[in-house]
Design a protein around this ligand. Sequence first.
Ligand code: FES
Length: 107
Amino acid sequence: MVKVIYVEQDGARHDIDVPEGWTVMQGAQRNGLDGIEAECGGSCCCATCHVYVAEDMLGLIPPPGEMEDGMLDNVVAERRPNSRLSCQITLTAALDGLVVHLPEAQS
Ligand code: FES
């Protein structure tokens, strides 16, 4: 299991153990966490699974691919240097303790 810490806008923190190989989006959705809509189900074509990755952990995640980078232009909340689509972050043991902040809106 890989621990992912999802932090809501109001600071509420959810520590969730997610199986390795799942995405950050799946970890939220399958544990009933609101704040990640993921309308396309993880196909990288809706931009409603936007998260801000803790800046000190960004280097642990491969940079966004061309498709993700393009879709990040469509997020509703402000796009920042640490913006990522959570369906494109696959969890590995190296990401244990990953902190992601949820944006104020997804759609
Ligand atoms: S779930 Fe649609 S882009 Fe991530």
